[in-house]
Design a protein around this ligand. Structure first.
Ligand code: PGA
Length: 268
């Protein structure tokens, strides 16, 4: 019998803040503490939307200590992971070290890593495998440039990128996918919610093809690229958009808290 289809509401939305190279460990402590207070004051129901922050590596231990001490309902993750577990790889961070800090997620294949560090789809697949070896959920980023969009249309490049990245995915291990059109990142020019839906739906079809229908229905697919409080509700109304990877707006406390609480302004 075919597996029962999971409805969108059964996938707990994930609102993830990618801080990139911003906020040192002291600033991170202050931010996470204030974010927790703000969400608590606003009576945010953590069961209805998960919140996660992705600070620089040097902040992770501090964030872990705070989250554990105060039992805060905030997940955290690394912005990258080495494909290697140990050895002579100066500057790299092992998944074993991230796992030792109870890191739940790790961003893999962000377009800035692809562009400035020459990360290929194959390298990203190796990082997905490394994350799974250490029980960390990879947030696999894919997305087309403006040029790709013009030449190949909206979903061909992200689907091709994800196809290779999934070669690293361990059977039965969770993944999150983030569709981030490169032209929308940091540009202030977000995709429309219809564009995001179209690509996220195509990515879900690919996941079904590679990992099976059940995994595809359970997998959260995020949209990223100039997400802010004023546009999050529109994205979240789409069937195949299960959250957001937020860059610039995740550094502004009130703005990010408002994004996390999108359900309160979903009618706007
Ligand atoms: P942005 O960045 O929200 O500032 O566009 C998104 C990202 O890079 O993940």
């Amino acid at each position: 019998m075919a597996a029962e289809r999971m409805t969108q509401t059964q996938r707990v939305p994930l609102l993830a803040g990618n801080w990139k190279m911003n906020l040192d460990h002291l600033q991170a402590i202050a931010f996470v503490q204030k974010l927790a207070w703000t969400l608590k004051d606003a009576q945010h129901d953590v069961a209805s939307a998960e919140v996660a922050v992705f600070p620089p590596f040097t902040d992770l231990r501090s964030v872990q200590t705070l989250v554990n001490a105060d039992d805060l309902p905030i997940a955290y993750g690394g912005q990258d992971i080495s494909a290697h577990d140990s050895g002579a790889y100066t500057g790299e961070i092992s998944g074993a070290f991230l796992a030792a800090l109870d890191t739940k997620y790790v961003i893999v294949g962000h377009s800035e890593r692809r562009e400035y560090h020459g990360e290929t789809d194959e390298a990203i697949a190796a990082k997905v495998a490394a994350a799974h070896r250490h029980g960390i959920v990879p947030i696999i980023c894919v997305g087309e440039t403006a040029d790709d969009l013009e030449k190949h249309g909206p979903s061909a490049v992200p689907v091709a990128q994800l196809r290779v990245a999934l070669e690293g995915a361990a059977k039965g291990s969770e993944i999150v996918v983030a569709y981030e059109p490169v032209w929308a990142i940091g540009s202030g020019q977000a995709a429309t919610s219809e564009q995001a839906q179209q690509v996220c739906a195509a990515l879900r079809v690919l996941i079904a093809e590679v990992l099976g229908d059940e995994v595809a229905q359970a997998t959260r697919i995020l949209y990223g690229g100039s997400v802010k409080a004023a546009n999050i509700a529109g994205f979240m109304r789409e069937t195949d958009v299960d959250g957001a990877l937020v860059g610039g707006a995740s550094l502004q406390l009130e703005e990010f808290a408002s994004i996390v609480r999108f359900q309160k302004h979903v009618g706007t």
